[in-house]
Design a binder for this molecule. Structure first.
Ligand SMILES: Nc1nc2c(c(=O)[nH]1)N[C@H]1C(S)=C(S)[C@@H](COP(=O)(O)OP(=O)(O)OC[C@H]3O[C@@H](n4cnc5c(=O)[nH]c(N)nc54)[C@H](O)[C@@H]3O)O[C@H]1N2
Ligand SMILES: Nc1nc2c(c(=O)[nH]1)N[C@H]1C(S)=C(S)[C@@H](COP(=O)(O)OP(=O)(O)OC[C@H]3O[C@@H](n4cnc5c(=O)[nH]c(N)nc54)[C@H](O)[C@@H]3O)O[C@H]1N2
Ligand code: SF4
Ligand SMILES: [Mo]
Length: 765
């Protein structure tokens, strides 16, 4: 690659920072923030250097490998793809389609090629046993989007740059750089908020990096947010403060919500949440009384026993105080490639609970079963048992609860293939590993995260380095496998038309499709695709046809089309290439009710599914908290990212971050002193962690990060192995899920903690 500065989007987390990468003599010499990026404006975090470290990492696999006995053998691409297709097809032939399973990990959402190729690939796999990181993450948000707004990816985003009150519950954007809120430089934006007289309130069982910058901080007992939020709803109605503002025309079932909240007074929930009734009342009043305010929740409230209800109520609170779709409140994005609209066109608004998993009867969401039951489906004999497995960009052994059981499950498969760069805790179980082209050798356009941005922007990055002839992109691997599988399923040959379709797709690759989507998108050179449709005809269609009917969905988009016409035009791949630092498409704008996808084009405040789950919340109020058990919560660190960035020497250097945080009172009770090792256990397993005694954590609560535990045998990550840590998911139970929706409970599980005495206590190998 030429010497000089290359501009690019960092794809490592949700923040989408613009980076300027200097290259000299074919090597990276520095990575800086790109001052001209309209969203990140020069900000980057310490992880950006990992772009280089990952690229140069000698441990990163460059060629397909297959396991022969205890060794790994290099393979040629065509042989590897043939072998994988043969084996998967064989299993399917013998045991039926559901005998194949697939897990899609987090980095897929940063990969435009994968996003393009994944549908054909999943169709070719043709199994109902699909899993992804969603059920360890944002599923409750997507469910609330679906049930309340009619579309699973219609995410409301805090308008942080214009808000005067940011209530942040169960999120730590100072470490995570934001999630379901693409917000590079959270600290800078917070400073600006505070400078204009605004306030941030943080509610968390740990006084986090974000909590420390808050104007008000409150501890809350893990897993009780649904109670707090109910009591806030209760207060708003009780004190006559509920006023949805202009939303009153397009919301329904407010009385049902009021009735549901009636039993949950601040006094009733106080002991369970650990928050005093006055604080809860004040919070509700503060939200109602600040015209520009946003209440935001994330991992801590979503991956817990009441994640479904809590996420629903958080949206409700914004709506009944007039903050939804309102400047400075929670708003909707209008990205250059509008996947909400595209999904709507193809009837992909989402679905939930249409099928249930074989072993535990857990509900599907968007055609995926919860990760917490992945091991069950592999280990439990019977018809439909999973015997062949595919992982794509995922490390579920470290990222899903009860990783030890997943080790056992993957070990017993007839065949496993992983599309991944690394020989890690999960891929070590594979028979074949297919490593894709390095990230800096592919073009990059974020399809998902502009939907979550605090501002509308678009940015395209061409490949920085040339990919050698012997490398395959994720999309090429997935399409290559899909095509082969289809051929095998159909007896070796495809009709000419289909064959041509595959060839065209393979020839085109993601960039021409990207161009097409940009041009036909809201800001595109071509204008809106629906411009010619006549409004009255559209309304008519909308009112007669049932939801899901493609014509009706087209009609739903007509209102959007009107909004599209007001937007600046001219976007194409060419125009993005001419603006290597990206283009600004402006602040978030109100766009309801047109952007709603519910049949009546109203926000549903009290979907049945949530009301039906309320008896469980009532039962929570009747239980007395167990004062002996400690509750485990998760933690993220700015210099780490899930399980896969611990092989960068620059990121792991410094003091060990894989520690158990514990309150001084609890430490004393457990006989733990600074410098001790603690044995953390549950019936699932136990791990050993150095203790970090701190008053920043609530008494009764302990915290540990996930994604560590690189001491498992057979991995090839030399740096990570030296900074192994232990895997939190070896202790968390896979049998505990949010019963409403099947999301894993990653926060609030009870654990035992005591001093670790080598020799006396056994640690998981
Ligand atoms: N540096 C870094 N950045 C990342 C990642 C990373 O691993 N490292 N991961 C990325 C990914 S995949 C995601 S999904 C996002 C996540 O982004 P965030 O949700 O912002 O990240 P977390 O740090 O998990 O924040 C969860 C917070 O919830 C708190 N919490 C735990 N239990 C409860 C509870 O019951 N109630 C309440 N109110 N709070 C609770 C925890 O103490 C923690 O502060 O971060 C992304 N960004
Ligand atoms: N206890 C606990 N568990 C958690 C969480 C928690 O807060 N607490 N957080 C959960 C969350 S929010 C998430 S998102 C999940 C993440 O869980 P996963 O997605 O399962 O795991 P990651 O650690 O992100 O691993 C990503 C894998 O993708 C590979 N990879 C990276 N880039 C690419 C690429 O471009 N192509 C391909 N083919 N492979 C690539 C990496 O080598 C790595 O093996 O973890 C979840 N697990
Ligand atoms: S916050 Fe860090 S990891 Fe995330 S996009 Fe920006 S530079 Fe990359
Ligand atoms: Mo995530």
């Amino acid at each position: 690659m030429e010497n000089g500065t290359h501009y690019r989007t960092c794809h490592l987390c949700e923040a989408m920072c613009g980076v300027a990468i200097d290259v000299r003599g074919g090597a990276i010499t520095s990575i800086r923030g790109d001052d001209n990026d309209p969203l990140s404006k020069g900000y980057i975090c310490p992880k950006a250097v990992a772009l280089q470290d990952l690229h140069e990492d000698p441990d990163r696999l460059r060629k397909p490998v297959r396991r022969v006995g205890d060794r790994w053998q290099d393979m040629e691409w065509e042989d590897a793809l043939d072998l994988v297709a043969d084996r998967l097809h064989e299993i399917r032939n013998k045991y039926g389609p559901d005998s194949l399973g697939v897990y899609l990990g987090n980095p897929n959402v940063h990969n435009q090629g994968t996003l393009m190729a994944i549908m054909p690939f999943l169709q070719a796999l043709d199994t109902r046993n699909r899993f992804s990181a969603t059920s360890n993450d944002q599923l409750p948000h997507m469910l609330a989007n679906l049930k309340m707004f009619g579309h699973q990816i219609l995410f409301p985003i805090p308008d942080i740059d214009r808000t005067d009150l940011f209530i942040c519950i169960g999120a730590n954007p100072m470490a995570s750089n934001g999630s379901l809120m693409t917000v590079p430089d959270f600290r800078g934006r917070l400073k600006a908020l505070q400078k204009r007289g605004g306030k941030m309130v943080v509610i968390d069982p740990r006084r986090t990096e974000t909590g420390r910058l808050a104007d008000q901080f409150h501890f809350i007992r893990p897993g009780t947010d649904a109670l707090l939020l109910m009591a806030m709803v209760h207060t708003l109605f009780d004190e006559n403060l509920a006023d949805p503002g202009r939303a009153r025309h397009w919301i329904r079932d407010m009385e049902r919500l009021e009735r549901a909240a009636l039993p949950f007074s601040p006094e009733k929930v106080s002991a369970h949440t650990g928050m005093d009734p006055d604080t809860i009342r004040r919070l509700a009043r503060q939200l109602a009384g600040t015209p520009r305010a946003a209440l935001y929740t994330r991992m801590g409230t979503s991956t817990q026993a009441f994640g479904g209800i809590a996420t629903w109520l958080a949206y409700c609170l914004n709506i009944i105080t007039g903050k939804m779709d309102s400047t400075g409140g929670l708003m909707f994005t209008q990205p250059a490639i509008d996947l909400v609209v595209l999904g709507g066109l193809y009837g992909q608004q989402g679905h939930f609970g249409e099928r249930h998993s074989r072993v535990r009867g857990l509900p599907e969401f968007g055609d995926e079963y919860p990760c917490s039951t992945m091991a069950d489906e592999i280990l439990t004999p019977g018809e439909g048992q999973v015997r062949g497995f595919v992982t794509v960009a995922g490390n579920p052994v470290l990222s899903s609860p009860n990783g030890g059981r997943l080790d056992e499950a993957f070990d017993g498969l007839d065949f496993m293939v992983s599309v991944d760069y690394y020989l890690n805790e999960t891929t070590r179980h594979a028979d074949v590993i297919l490593p894709p082209t390095a990230a800096l050798e592919r073009s990059h356009y974020e399809l998902i995260f502009p939907m979550l941005g605090v501002r509308n922007t678009a940015r395209y990055s061409p490949p920085l380095f040339d990919a050698g002839p012997d490398s395959r992109n994720d999309w090429q691997i997935l399409l290559g496998l899909a095509h082969r599988l289809e051929r095998r399923h159909k007896g070796g040959r495809l009709p000419l038309q289909e064959e041509l379709g595959w060839r065209t797709l393979r020839k085109l690759g993601p960039d021409p499709l990207l161009d097409l989507m940009l041009r036909s998108g809201p800001y595109g050179t071509g204008g809106g695709p629906l411009r010619p449709l006549a409004q009255p005809a559209i309304e008519l269609i909308r009112n007669i046809l049932p939801p899901g009917n493609p014509l009706r969905e087209l009609a739903s988009l007509s209102g959007l089309n009107r909004q599209w016409q007001a937007l600046p035009k001219g976007l194409s791949l060419k125009s993005l290439k001419e603006n290597p630092s990206g283009v600004d498409l402006g602040p978030l704008r109100p766009c309801l009710p047109e952007r709603l996808f519910t049949r009546d084009r109203k926000i549903h405040l009290a979907p049945r599914l949530y009301l039906d789950d309320l008896p469980r919340l009532h039962r929570l109020l009747q239980t007395t908290p167990d004062s002996d058990a400690l509750q485990m919560i998760g933690r993220r660190h700015l210099r780490s990212n899930n399980s896969w960035m611990h092989n960068s020497r620059r990121l792991v250097k410094g003091k060990n971050r894989c520690t158990l945080m514990i309150h001084p009172d609890d430490a004393a009770r457990c006989g733990l002193a600074a410098g001790d090792q603690a044995l953390v256990s549950s019936e699932t397993g136990s791990i050993v962690l150095p203790v970090e005694i701190t008053g920043d954590i609530m008494p009764g609560v302990v915290s540990a990060p996930h994604g560590w535990g690189h001491d498992r045998e057979g991995i090839r990550q030399s740096v990570a192995s030296h900074h192994a840590g232990a895997s939190l998911n070896d202790v968390l139970r896979d049998q505990q899920v949010d019963e409403l929706c099947g999301t894993s409970v990653l926060n609030g599980q009870p654990v035992g903690v005591k001093v670790y005495q080598p020799g006396k206590t056994r640690k998981r190998a």
